[in-house]
Design a protein around this ligand. Structure first.
Ligand SMILES: [Zn+2]
Length: 299
């Protein structure tokens, strides 16, 4: 047998083995890169996870494709970010999925921050829920428990495995939180001002004592007004902010203009909307990259 045919035979064998193995596994389709990682860590060998939204994709701009709907339909459990992140395609997705597919909007099961909400009007309150819970480690811990419980309900015979997977992941998150606290402590309180491209870091700011000034709002599809940009420039000058930050999925044009007008420099690029290529391929890598970039640029 030549090398090529030997390797083909090996691949075919591997494929058969994998297919047989998959039949016993719970299939999870995830519309959040962070939830994909959580499902993999909690689910371990009992679960196979499809990253429907992929690292580096802007979840605000995401549109449901027929291929992705197929992947969701083939799943036992579909995970969504929730808190309004899914926007317009959510209804189509829910309508199209067969009844046996469980849909879990994980963010809806953990507490929310809101922005500019008129508390009296429920519709508006809904629209201004901040969906970026994963930028807080404590919210991510709550999401891990939600995923653990969903998997245990779906596949009770492996409940102890899901418990063990979640416990291990939660201890990684606890260590990560300790590291973030130590790193942020390098930055005096009056330097903790975070100017970012869109408003993705409120949950992070709440945990670690930052003030947020974002150029765009909670989504990435609206250009900022001239008066808003002028106000940000004035705030940067007034507070003596040394650096502002770009995002891995967004156009840097307005941010670069702001550095020209304000004298702040570009402090680097952050992973705002979930995992991304490079350092941000894992949740821990994403947090370490963001925190190191922020603290080192503002010191
Ligand atoms: Zn966002």
């Amino acid at each position: 047998m030549g090398l090529a045919s030997a390797s083909r035979a090996f691949c075919a064998c591997l494929l058969l083995f994998t297919t047989a193995n998959l039949q016993a596994q719970i299939k999870v389709g995830s519309f959040s890169t962070v939830l994909s990682e959580i499902a993999q860590k909690v689910g371990g060998k009992n679960v196979v996870v499809t990253f429907i939204i992929k690292p580096g994709q802007d979840p605000h701009e995401y549109q449901l494709t027929p291929g992705d709907l197929g992947a969701a339909t083939a799943s036992d459990l579909v995970l969504l970010s929730g808190k309004g992140m899914e926007g317009t395609y959510l209804r189509n997705l829910r309508d199209a999925l067969p009844k046996q597919v469980q849909v879990l909007a994980v963010g809806d099961d953990i507490p929310s921050l809101t922005k500019g909400a008129d508390e009296g009007k429920d519709a508006e309150k809904e629209a201004t829920q901040d969906p970026h819970w994963w930028n807080s480690i404590s919210e991510t811990e709550k999401a891990t428990a939600v995923v653990r419980d969903a998997l245990a309900r779906l596949d009770g015979q492996h409940a102890a495995d899901y418990q063990a997977g979640a416990t291990a992941y939660l201890s990684l998150l606890k260590e990560l939180d300790s590291w973030v606290k130590r790193k942020v402590a390098e930055l005096p309180r009056d330097r903790r001002i975070l100017v970012t491209s869109h408003d993705a870091f409120q949950y992070f700011a709440k945990d670690y004592g930052f003030q947020i000034d974002s150029i765009e709002g909670l989504t990435t599809d609206q250009e900022p007004s001239v008066s808003h940009v002028t106000a940000i420039i004035a705030e940067i000058k007034k507070q003596g902010v040394k650096a502002i930050f770009l995002e891995n999925t967004l156009n840097p044009k307005v941010s670069v203009e702001i550095t020209r007008e304000s004298g702040a420099k570009i402090g680097g690029s952050l992973y705002a909307d979930g995992l991304g290529p490079g350092d941000g391929e894992t949740y821990e890598g994403m947090l370490r990259h963001n925190v190191t970039t922020i603290v080192d640029a503002l010191k």
